[in-house]
Write a protein that binds this ligand. Structure first.
Ligand code: DON
Length: 558
């Protein structure tokens, strides 16, 4: 199976698909989108830090080496499984500023102004990453702040050599950076595009990171960095105020917990929809013998699409920030509910999503990032972090050296009007002051008998949850190695729009024809990749790490 999938992947993605970066280790492992950031995590583990220290150091390093998604100006979610068996989640999602209001992105005609929602100072939520990473370090790390921030400061100060891919991204976004002098200054060499091979230094970012190292959260949410953020907001109709920054707090939340064929599934609760939908889908699929039906068979794909259709429909209706709306998580993740919800499943016929036209998926580019970290004491950390779209709103805070997010577009700006991932929502996810926007980010840890088995998660907007679903099922149902589980091609359905999207190889022509005959739509294939699941798995006493081969990344184990 493994060789088959590897050959398949080479055949399918001959140009952009590098071989999986895979390592087997015994003492610790970091898998992230940036080989430099993974090395930073490994250095911290080798220094005697635990997985939480390494995850925090990797997070700060990603803000330097992987600027499209690694961030100080965004937010994220962290799932931690401690050596003692306890599982925790930390929510450091951005929040709507206090002066945000429900209709802030609507134009005179009542339509969503997409530019305003995505490419403006108003598109930025109050950043959570710095507070979140420091909170995790404070509660469960073993090293001090200076130690975990030192590598990121060094990388920003001394610079690092740009690779082909990141230099290419800078070029791709060059026109957007040109709209903001501080962005142009950061991502160019005096106004000219930076080339691969160039040494890229970020002195402003180094100063901001040093302020965080010296003063902790006050180095970011108060003082000169906060002044720079607020000044930029005030000069450009932005909403984030000093009070918003001072008031920002990350939240420890009880994980979403489910079970699947004897494994425990731990994932992110609301304001992410990820954990609830993942458990809901697994519950709907558990009664079926997926192993016997086989990977990629018409029966399996049909079952999974139907589970996806139902779960994503619930997302639009029920999910939002639990501090503002009642999210019926226990109901949605119960086995009983799944049974009822799936009672109208027809093995022969595709379900019928209501006939509302929703938008297409937004263009998928590297916009969010997932990393997984494990140590040899049995601690494991699974983190997904984002600026929302690639390079957020492209606005670098002048003098502070980091990009702002455009996470406000993850709110439902208008009922049933799709956001940039084609996701629709209603009142549960409408904009309210101080509220967290609904997310799909799904950092997940699978355990068995209280011990971590698999750490996974992904970027990809709405597709994230289905990527995680497939990695988990590949391991549990199809008994794949981590390399195969991550490499195998994926498909995605999100209820609305009622189409199946898939990587080549995920659904064969024969299966596509059969699914079409059942009434499934959109089976004309796609060369787009879905997700990027940088994962870690514990197997036979080893710690395996894989950085998703769909895009260059890096694992570092020892
Ligand atoms: O929180 C969310 O669900 C989105 N802002 C994540 C964006 C994303 O994954 C984009 N990546 N390709």
């Amino acid at each position: 199976m493994k060789r088959f999938l590897l050959l398949l992947s080479l055949f399918i993605f001959p140009v952009s698909f590098a071989l999986a970066e895979y390592q087997r280790a015994t003492q610790g492992m970091v898998s992230s989108r940036s080989d430099i950031a993974s090395e930073v995590g490994k250095e911290i583990l080798a220094l005697g830090g635990n997985a939480i220290d390494a995850a925090v150091a990797t997070g700060f390093a990603l803000s330097v080496t992987y600027p499209s998604a690694g961030n100080l100006g965004g937010g994220g979610f962290m799932v931690i499984s401690l050596a003692n068996g306890e599982v925790l989640t930390l929510d450091y999602r951005e929040k709507a500023p206090a002066t945000a209001h429900r209709d802030m992105f609507l134009d005179d005609k009542g339509d969503v102004d997409r530019e305003l929602a995505l490419n403006s100072h108003q598109s930025a939520g109050v950043p959570g990453s710095v507070a979140g990473l420091l909170e995790a370090l404070d509660k469960y790390g073993s090293l001090n702040r200076e130690q975990v921030l030192a590598p990121a400061i060094r990388l920003a100060e001394e610079g690092f050599i740009l690779n082909q891919e990141i230099a290419g991204q800078f070029r791709g976004h060059f026109n957007s950076f040109r709209n903001y002098p501080a962005s142009l200054a950061k991502f160019s060499a005096n106004g000219s595009p930076l080339n691969a091979g160039a040494l890229w230094r970020q002195p402003d970012l180094a100063r901001t990171l040093s302020a965080i190292s010296d003063k902790g959260r006050d180095g970011f949410y108060k003082g000169s960095v906060a002044d720079l953020i607020v000044a930029d907001m005030q000069a450009n109709n932005g909403l984030i105020s000093h009070e918003d920054l001072i008031n920002y707090q990350p939240v420890w939340r009880a994980p979403v917990h489910g079970s699947y064929r004897g494994y425990d599934v731990w994932s992110m609760p609301a304001p992410s929809s990820g954990g609830v939908l993942l458990v809901q889908m697994l519950n709907m699929l558990e009664p079926y013998n997926i192993e016997k039906l086989g990977w990629g068979s018409t029966e399996t794909v049909h079952l999974m699409i139907e589970a996806q259709r139902r779960a994503y429909a619930d997302r639009a209706e029920h999910l939002g920030d639990p501090d503002y709306v009642e999210v019926p998580s226990s109901m949605l993740t119960s086995k009983d509910y799944a049974r009822q919800r799936f009672a109208n499943f027809d093995p022969q016929v595709a379900g019928d999503s209501a006939k509302i036209t929703a938008g297409n998926w937004g263009e998928e580019s590297p916009q969010t990032t997932h990393y997984s970290v494990a140590d040899d004491e049995g601690n494991a950390v699974s983190v997904t972090t984002t600026l929302n779209r690639s390079y957020g709103n492209h606005i670098v805070v002048p003098g502070a050296g980091f990009l702002l997010n455009n996470e406000m577009d993850d709110f439902s700006s208008k009922p049933n009007s799709p956001n940039s991932y084609g996701l629709i929502g209603r009142t549960a996810n409408e904009i309210q002051p101080g509220k967290r926007m609904l997310s799909s980010m799904s950092p997940t840890i699978i355990t068995r008998d209280g011990k971590p088995v698999l750490l996974t998660g992904s970027p990809g907007g709405s597709t994230i949850i289905n990527t995680v679903l497939q990695v988990v099922m590949n391991v549990i149902d199809h008994h794949m190695s981590l390399e195969d589980a991550v490499t195998s091609p994926r498909f995605h359905h999100q209820w609305m729009p009622d189409v199946v999207r898939y990587e080549i190889g995920a659904i064969s022509d024969e299966v596509a024809a059969e699914l079409e005959a059942m009434g499934h739509q959109g089976l004309n294939g796609s060369r787009r990749t879905i997700g990027e699941a940088n994962s870690v798995m514990f197997e036979n006493g080893f710690i395996d790490g894989v950085s998703d081969p769909r895009i260059v990344g890096g694992v570092a184990g020892f």
